[in-house]
Write a protein that binds this ligand. Structure first.
Ligand code: SAM
Length: 285
């Protein structure tokens, strides 16, 4: 396990993932019935942007650091909950960036519960310490793929599972799609969000078809590109498969993603995708 999120916290991919995450949670909060939030690859929950790791890569400079100027009002309205969490974190911790567990926790109400899973022993220990006095949160030291199936369906019946693996192993994107498809069979009404990195957008077509097969007409393929979508061997963008998305999420992503693409593009190319993948979307090679 070499991947440490501290090197990447607050980068363009975190911004995209976390803005969409806040939108899903905002929609879950509309109904008073409790929900469960599950994070299968949780990280430490909070990242010091002045620490060695962040200093070395400076990745956050191309992400959260570029959000200073306001966007158009319709975009600001949608990213307001994300901005509010960033402001709270800054107030409490200085130059720091929240991870997905902290974001989930900030948007939970007293009736909601969360389970955060992390396999790296040091990161898990940090995360467990952070939530040790929190009766609404359980932190587990477990393999996230095992946890994904063991923790569902949640007894609340409503909820969100974020699957955010480190992509250290070959074939992890196909694995994400297969595991999400299997999990949907076990919890057909759960909202599942699976993050993936993009070098070449065509690599995503096959996995997108698997997700579409498991949730026909009820899945989204959301992508943010900050560089040419086929430039080899670079992280040119990232995406989220969202199964059972809240009904307004697609329209919101259509507003948010182009604004992020314009703001976060590395050079001249910035792009986005927001579509319901087709079951037969064969790889376009
Ligand atoms: N979800 C976090 C966020 O948005 O703030 C970032 C998570 S990071 C991309 C992936 C995390 O998965 C790392 O903290 C890594 O230690 C952890 N990890 C790696 N393999 C794992 C496994 N098999 N099960 C659970 N966690 C794992």
């Amino acid at each position: 396990m070499n991947y440490r999120h501290a090197f990447h916290a607050g980068n363009f991919a975190d911004v995209m993932k976390h803005v969409i995450l806040t939108r899903i949670l905002v929609h879950l909060r509309v109904k008073p019935a409790p929900f469960r939030a599950i994070d299968t690859h949780a990280g430490t929950g909070l990242y010091d942007l002045q620490a060695d790791e962040a200093e070395r890569t400076q990745e956050w400079r191309g992400g959260v650091d570029r959000l200073g100027e306001p966007f158009a009002p319709e975009v600001e309205a949608l990213i307001a909950p994300y901005r509010a969490i960033l402001a709270t974190v800054r107030q409490r911790h200085g130059e720091a960036y929240p991870g997905s567990p902290l974001i989930m926790r900030e948007l939970m109400r007293p009736q909601d519960r969360a389970v955060f899973v992390e396999l790296h022993p040091e990161d898990e220990a940090v995360l467990a310490r952070r939530f040790r006095r929190d009766a609404q949160v359980k932190v587990l030291h477990l393999d996230g793929w095992t946890a994904l199936h063991a923790l569902i369906p949640a007894k609340e019946r409503r909820g969100l599972v974020l699957v955010d693996p480190p992509y250290e192993e070959p074939g992890e994107l196909e694995r994400l799609a297969r595991e999400m498809a299997k999990a949907l069979g076990k919890w057909p009404s759960g909202i599942f969000a699976g993050w993936y990195p993009i070098k070449d957008q065509r690599d995503v077509d096959g996995p997108a078809a698997i997700i579409a097969g498991a949730a026909p007409g009820k899945a989204l393929r959301l992508e943010l590109m900050i560089d040419t979508p086929t430039a080899p061997d670079r992280l040119n963008g990232c995406g989220l498969f969202v199964a059972n998305p809240p009904w307004r999420l697609a329209a919101e992503a259509e507003t948010i993603l182009p604004a992020l693409a314009e703001r976060l593009a590395r050079g001249r190319y910035g792009g986005f995708r927001c579509e319901t993948p087709a079951i037969d979307s064969a790889p376009a090679r």
